[in-house]
Design a protein around this ligand. Structure first.
Ligand SMILES: N[C@@H](CCC(=O)N[C@@H](CS)C(=O)NCC(=O)O)C(=O)O
Length: 266
């Protein structure tokens, strides 16, 4: 049995895993679980992913791992060459810090922008206000990222690696909502998107956004309105929606039953 990655092309977390495996030269099959986003995942995917989230890496033995950070650590441990992390402990710690920031604070914003643009949360007026605040916040994070990048060509330093894998999918997501980086960060983005592993993940995401094989965003939006989808308002995403001014969005989604939180693992 070969490696399988449960994914969704738009998921930046899943993109991290696909990019890392590609960089290591490890073959895998990518598959999108049927009920992803419905809050009603079942079967092998539900067993492998108690949070009902992608990515999941299913190993040759059938053992499965969830959470992109855990999976990236596993990939680096199992296939050390070429290394994605540098050897120096502080440099490694800084990259893990960067990954954590992107996975939590940054993604919460792009996810929120998706809720507004693709799913119509907040309606016209509130939705636009939330969207504008989200864009402003992204530019704040861009300033922080530019400082982290400094004068180096890559977030990982002299070579492409962990930091670049953990930033690129999220910044590409932000750009899709109109948050263009500038200066050194823009130059880095052009560089990283030229990398075949990153380009493949980006192309697959764009194909879905434009209505490729997977259900189009418009179909997903209709399903949400019919209560067939439950969006996961977990941790930083919930915080983002509330502190950015969308507490009514949360209340409305709970009343309509199209918002979910992480279930107790059963
Ligand atoms: N901390 C997790 C987050 C994964 C995550 O949030 N995945 C989202 C897609 S971006 C998901 O699968 N959500 C399930 C749903 O929407 O029902 C990781 O790093 O893998």
């Amino acid at each position: 049995m070969s490696l399988t990655v449960y994914e969704h092309p738009l998921s930046p977390y899943a993109q991290k895993v696909k990019i890392a495996l590609t960089e290591k030269g490890v073959a895998f099959t990518a598959t999108t679980p049927q009920a992803i986003g419905s809050g009603a995942s079942a079967g092998a995917f539900a067993a492998a992913s108690p949070r009902g989230e992608v990515p999941v890496l299913v190993l040759e033995s059938g053992e499965a791992l969830f959470d992109s950070t855990v999976i990236l650590e596993y990939i680096e441990d199992r296939w050390p060459e070429p290394p994605l992390l540098p050897a120096e402990p502080l440099a490694r710690a800084r990259l893990r810090e960067l990954e954590d920031v992107m996975d939590t604070h940054f993604e919460a914003i792009t996810w929120g922008l998706g809720e507004i643009r693709h799913f119509g949360r907040g309606g016209q007026q509130q939705g636009e206000a939330l969207f504008a605040r989200g864009l402003e916040q992204l530019h704040g994070w861009y300033a922080w990222l530019a400082r982290r990048l400094g004068a180096a060509p890559w977030f990982t330093g002299e070579h492409f690696g962990w930091g670049d894998i953990c930033v690129a999918p999220f910044v590409n997501g932000a750009v899709s909502f109109g948050a263009q980086p500038s200066g050194a960060l823009a130059a880095w983005l052009a560089r990283v998107n030229d990398r075949p592993s990153v380009a493949a993940a980006k192309t697959a995401a764009e194909a879905v956004a434009l209505g490729g094989d997977a259900p189009s965003l418009e179909m997903v939006r209709q399903a949400l309105e019919q209560g067939l989808f439950k969006r996961e308002y977990r941790d930083h995403r919930l915080e983002w929606m509330i502190r950015t001014g969308g507490i009514e969005v949360v209340a409305d989604g709970l009343a309509k039953g199209n918002i979910r939180f992480t279930e107790v693992f059963g």
